[in-house]
Design a protein around this ligand. Structure first.
Ligand code: URA
Length: 267
């Protein structure tokens, strides 16, 4: 049973149960939420500070430049998450940048102990310039809320690719390779205690594995950056997949409980 910190978490949990087809005693839950609301402090949302990030002009970039080396150099020069965001937005080494509207870097609380890393922006994210804000993102928010987590309070959210591939295909190996130095640096600067990789693309890329997500999910691995940071990483099913296959939500729920338990243990 998760440790429910607030009535929001309780609501998210019961919504999640309803999604999974589990019957809940709504009258009892409503009464419990009223009791919890009455005794809760008012929390102010924490805003990610994105001041000072230059707006990069999208342009196609091909040629002799070693873009992975460029990304490695640019990422290493960043000493703050703001600087890293600006460096990613200014980076012209990924051809996907030419066909999308926004560079989508991160959302949530810088320095949070939980970092969620997804695959990359879709159409909604590209339009708004923020990760996980479409339907899958809304489900991700509900999944996180069920274990007392949110991007406004205690969770940082990013992706292994910052530019939407036209037609919503998966990012290819080259596209992931040029983003990787930035992802590594983001982990080093954010210092999360635990990383969640949502879906097969980030799980395989971050772990260097050829195994599918069904094999990788629900197990703890160690993610190591070139700078020497070693962080526990747990892959879960992607929320977009869960929207298509709600019958697999019980698996995702088990994985979330493991994540909650590990976060408690990691302090
Ligand atoms: N899916 C992802 O993996 N990331 C997003 O930001 C949105 C959808």
């Amino acid at each position: 049973m998760p440790n429910l910190a607030s009535s929001d978490a309780l609501k998210a949990l019961t919504d999640w149960w309803l999604d999974m087809g589990v019957e809940v005693d709504s009258a009892r839950i409503d009464a419990l939420m009223r009791e919890m609301k009455a005794s809760e402090p008012v929390l102010k949302p924490v805003k990610a500070d994105t001041k000072g990030a230059p707006k990069a002009a999208p342009r196609r970039t091909r040629g002799p430049t070693d873009w992975v080396a460029e990304a490695t150099r640019a990422a290493a020069a960043c000493d703050s998450m703001d600087a890293l965001k600006a460096a990613i937005e200014a980076f012209d080494g990924c051809p996907l940048k030419a066909t999308c509207e926004h560079t989508v870097v991160y959302d949530g609380v810088v320095g949070a102990d939980l970092m969620v890393i997804g695959e990359g922006p879709g159409a909604d994210e590209d339009r708004r310039g923020l990760p996980f804000v479409g339907k899958a993102g809304q489900l991700l928010d509900r999944m996180l809320a069920a274990i007392g987590r949110s991007r406004t309070e205690n969770t940082f959210i990013t992706n292994v690719n910052y530019w939407r591939p036209a037609g919503n295909r998966n990012p290819d190996a080259e596209e992931l390779d040029v983003c990787r130095p930035f992802v590594d640096r983001m982990v080093e600067l954010g210092k999360p205690k635990l990383i969640i990789a949502t879906g097969g693309v980030p799980a395989k890329a971050l772990l260097g594995s050829d195994d599918g997500i069904m094999k990788l999910r629900g197990t703890e691995y160690t993610f190591t950056t070139p700078g020497g940071a070693s962080i526990p990483l747990i892959p879960i099913l992607h929320p977009a997949y869960l929207l298509r296959r709600p019958q697999d939500k019980s698996r995702a729920w088990r994985d979330l409980l493991l994540i909650e338990k590990r976060l408690t243990e990691l302090g």
